[in-house]
Ligand binder design. Sequence first.
Ligand SMILES: NC(=O)c1ccc[n+]([C@@H]2O[C@H](COP(=O)([O-])OP(=O)(O)OC[C@H]3O[C@@H](n4cnc5c(N)ncnc54)[C@H](O)[C@@H]3O)[C@@H](O)[C@H]2O)c1
Length: 320
Amino acid sequence: MLKNRNVLITGGAGFIGTHLFETLIKDDNYIVIIDNFNECYYSGKEENLVNVTQNHEILKDYNIIKGDLLNNSIYSKIKCEIDIIFHLAAHAGVRYSIQNAEEVTRNNIISFVNILEYALHNNVKKVVYASSSSVYGNPIYTPVDEEHPKNPISPYGVSKLCGEVYADYYFREYSLPITSLRFYTVYGPRGRPDMAIGKFFNLIFQDKEIIVYGDGEQLRDFTFISDIVNGLILSGEKKKSSGEAFNLGWSNPITVNHLVDMMFKIANKTKKVKYIERQKGDVDITHSDIKKANDMLNYQPRVNIEEGLQKTYKWHKNNV
Ligand SMILES: NC(=O)c1ccc[n+]([C@@H]2O[C@H](COP(=O)([O-])OP(=O)(O)OC[C@H]3O[C@@H](n4cnc5c(N)ncnc54)[C@H](O)[C@@H]3O)[C@@H](O)[C@H]2O)c1
C-alpha cells in the first residue's frame, strides 16, 4: 500500500487519473496533479475532478496544476519533493491519433521525456508509465504475453511503444526505477465517453441506436478501473517491478456483440444496433496473458464483466 508519499499524477483529471487520485488520497498521500484539461476527444474533466475533490475537505492534501507537460515552465510549480510519478497524461484515442498523427506523437513522446528528465534531476524514487495493449497490434498468438512481437497499427500505439523504449533507456543508462504497464480496454464509472462502454451507455439511455464497427465479433479484454488502479499501486510499491513491462488486463475477452447484449439487458432496453464499416486502427482481438503481473506484482483482477457493467450502469444512471 502506498502511504504518506508525495505523488505526482500526470493526466490526473482524466478517467484513470481521477480514480487513482481518489484511492491514493484516502491513504494519506499528498497528491500533485498536472493536467491541461484538453478537450481533444471529450469534455467534462473539471466535473470529474470535482466529483473526487468534493469528498475531501482537507484541501492541503492535494495541489492541482493546470498546465501542459510540453511547457517546461510547468515543472517549477511543483513545490514539494516527489517520491513517485504516475505518468498517465497522453492523447489516448486510437482514431484521433490516425487523424492527428503529428500532434499525438509530439504530445505523447515529448511530454514523457520531459517527465523522465524531471524525475532524473529531482531525485524521484519511482516512475510508473501508462503504456497500452496497442503496442502489440494484431496478435500472432493469444493470450498475448509481454514477449509477443510489437506491431502497433496506429500512431497512438507507436507513441506508447516509443515511450517504453525511452523508459528502458532511462532505466539502463541512469538506473531510474521505472515500470511500464500495458493496460487493456479500461472501463467503469466516469469512463471515457469516446470509448465503447461509455459511448454505448450514453446512447442506450437516450433510446438511440448504437453503432458497432465491423461485425461485432472482435474480442476485447475489458478491464474494470479498480483492477487497473490496484495494478498501478502494486507497480509503484514493488521494487522488483523496475525495468519491466507488464500486461494489466482481465484476461477473459468477450465479443463486442456479447458486450452489447449484456448492456441492453442491464439497462432493460430494446436492442438497437447499426453495424458499419470497420475502422482503421481497430485490432481483431485483445487478450492479455497476466501471468507475469500475477507472479511479480501479485496482480489479481477481481471485477468480472457482469459486475463491472452493473457498477458502470449505476454510475451512468445517477450522473448522465
Ligand atoms: N482508458 C483505456 O482503456 C486505456 C488503455 C490503455 C492505455 N491507456 C493509457 O492510460 C492513460 C490514461 O488514459 P485515460 O483513459 O484516463 O485517458 P484520459 O484522456 O481520460 O486522460 C488523459 C489525461 O491526460 C491529459 N493530458 C494529455 N496530454 C497532456 C499534456 N501534454 N499535458 C498535461 N495533461 C495532458 C488530458 O487532459 C487527460 O485528462 C493514457 O496514457 C492512456 O494512453 C488507457
